[in-house]
Every structure is written in structure tokens, then in C-alpha cells.
Design a protein around this ligand. Structure first.
Ligand code: ZN
Length: 302
């Protein structure tokens, strides 16, 4: 049986030192600390019983602060998007990066090889109206999902607990979408993600509350963002099937340095828990994650 992978993409978390300006060193994060024997900081890089933590270069040989559009494209395709553009590009991918995502994304290539892939985040009718009205641009993950042919999850999936919102607990998501959604505990959201492994080989979920907190935007504090992400991680780990591997990655640093509100050039974590942990421990940059995931899923390189 092929290994199954639950991939949690957590925007804007780098590996910083265990110091007083690092929220990971300050906040409780019980799930991370129980797993790693300490906070998610650069001191924990290495491996333990069933887990590994690698420090991934996010700068990819390009000057300046790593940014979301290029970092996410690099992460989800293995292609050096910042080198392609000659710069780190912020926020949403433009036409060149969208083309790279459409052709090379881990979702499209895994789906083309017959693997069952899904994106766990739900979309609302309001979201598509805003895209249509050009009030919103497609994220890297949305471009990748659309090109993969995978079904887009919606509010029906969410109400059946078969989707998890970017804010984990549904309150901010529901408010923005104009939908009345009872909040869910972070632990349950993590269980819902693990549940999707029952009929998928690769489940991808994304959150950007961590990047928002690092920028001091949208009312998310570091404490609240980490409480939610750590709670979700705890729920997912508790419900993770024994043959499945959970991975946590990011696109660039931000939250781990509370001394300013910008991105950082710190490495980002590749945390792996499960049978593939040892194999993923050797990853060195954002470019290594998609090839490693595809290898693990038995998908030939293209
Ligand atoms: Zn950011």
C-alpha cells in the first residue's frame, strides 16, 4: 500500500532561535512541544521517535525577503520561482507563476498519476463572486487545485466536517463569507483533516493566520494563531492513521521574529511525523518538498 500524506501548509513560519522575541519559544504550543521535546525552533532540527525536522532554505539564491507568491510556487512545484522571476514576488501569483503551478504542481502530477488528491480548504460562493469581479486574485493553492482537476470543497463539505477553513475554527471565515457557521475547536478541525485520509493519498490544507499575525494584520495575535495551529496539529496527530505521514511546511519566515512585522530570511521548517519522516529529513530547500512527496507517492519524476 502506498503511503498517505497529510500536508499542512502554514504560511509565514520560519525557524528562529529559542529566544524571547520568538513566539514559538514563548507560547505554550503543547502539541509541538510534546512531539519535539521543546518549541519549534532551530535548536530542534534533527530527528526523534517517528519524526524529523529539517530547516529549508526559502531564499533560493535570490536577494531580498522571501515572499508568498514565489515561495508557495517553489514549494508546491519544486521549480525555483524566485530565480525564474529574478525576485521574490508577494501575495498572489501572476501569469508566469500561474503557468508554472498549472503544469508542475504536486497536486496535478499526483492526480495525473492516478493518486487521489484533495485540497481540504472550502470555498464559498462569495469567494468566486469576488474572483469573477476581480476583487480577489487566485492564491497559489487555488491555481494548483484548479489545474489538478480535483474537486473544490464547499460549505456542504464543511458542514459535514469534510473540510477545514483557513482560520481553523470557522469564526473569521464565516464572518467574511457572510455565513453562520458554529465554531469548531481546533482539535476537532485537526481530526477532520486526518479523516480525509480515509479516501485520499494526499490531503493538502493551508492556513495564513500565522503570516497575518506576523504582520499584525486582521486581528490575529501570535498567541491566537499558534493556539489554533498547535491545536489542529494535536488533533491531526491523534487521529493520524499509522501508515500516514503528516508534514508541516511554510513558504517564508515571519511569525518567528516578533521584533518586527516583516518577513525574514530564516529557514522554514519541514516537520514530518510518520513513516516518511526519515526520508524527508534530508530536504534542504523549498524545492525539495514536492519531489520528495511525489517520490513517496510513487509518482515518476517529469
Ligand atoms: Zn506575509
Amino acid at each position: 500500500m502506498l503511503p498517505r500524506i497529510l500536508w499542512l501548509f502554514v504560511d509565514g513560519i520560519g525557524l528562529g532561535p529559542q529566544a524571547g522575541s520568538n513566539p514559538f519559544a514563548i507560547e505554550p504550543t503543547p502539541a509541538l512541544r510534546a512531539l519535539l521535546g521543546g518549541p519549534l525552533t532551530v535548536e530542534r532540527v534533527g530527528a526523534g521517535a517517528g519524526w524529523s525536522l529539517a530547516a529549508l532554505d526559502a531564499a533560493l539564491g535570490v536577494a531580498g525577503l522571501p515572499q508568498s507568491a514565489t515561495g508557495q510556487t517553489a514549494l508546491f512545484t519544486g521549480e525555483n520561482a524566485p530565480a525564474l522571476l529574478g525576485r521574490h514576488a508577494t501575495a498572489f501569483p501572476g501569469p508566469r507563476l500561474r503557468a508554472v503551478l498549472a503544469e508542475h504542481s504536486v497536486l496535478r502530477r499526483a492526480a495525473a498519476a492516478g493518486r487521489q488528491v484533495t485540497f481540504a480548504n472550502p470555498f464559498t460562493p462569495r469567494y468566486w463572486e469576488m474572483v469573477e469581479a476581480r476583487e480577489r486574485r487566485l492564491s497559489a493553492t487555488t491555481c494548483a487545485v484548479l489545474a489538478s482537476g480535483a474537486r473544490l470543497r464547499d460549505l456542504g463539505d464543511l458542514r459535514r466536517d469534510e473540510a477545514v477553513t483557513w482560520d481553523v475554527c470557522r469564526d473569521h471565515f464565516g464572518g467574511l463569507a457572510g455565513e453562520d457557521l458554529p465554531p469548531v475547536p481546533a482539535l476537532d478541525a485537526g481530526r477532520h483533516l486526518a479523516g480525509l485520509l480515509a479516501d485520499h493519498d494526499l490531503v493538502l490544507w493551508e492556513t495564513f493566520i500565522t503570516d497575518l499575525a506576523g504582520h499584525h494584520r486582521f486581528g490575529f495575535t501570535a498567541a491566537e494563531a499558534l493556539r489554533r495551529v498547535d491545536g489542529l496539529l494535536g488533533g491531526a496527530l491523534a487521529a493520524l492513521p499509522a501508515d500516514a505521514t503528516l508534514i508541516v511546511t511554510s513558504d517564508h519566515g515571519n511569525l518567528e521574529d516578533a521584533s518586527h512585522t516583516r518577513h525574514t530570511r530564516n529557514p522554514v521548517p519541514l516537520l514530518a511525523v510518520g513513516p516518511l519522516a526519515a526520508e524527508l529529513a534530508g530536504a534542504q530547500s523549498l524545492l525539495d518538498v514536492t519531489p520528495a512527496v511525489l517520490r513517496a507517492l510513487g509518482v515518476a519524476p517529469s
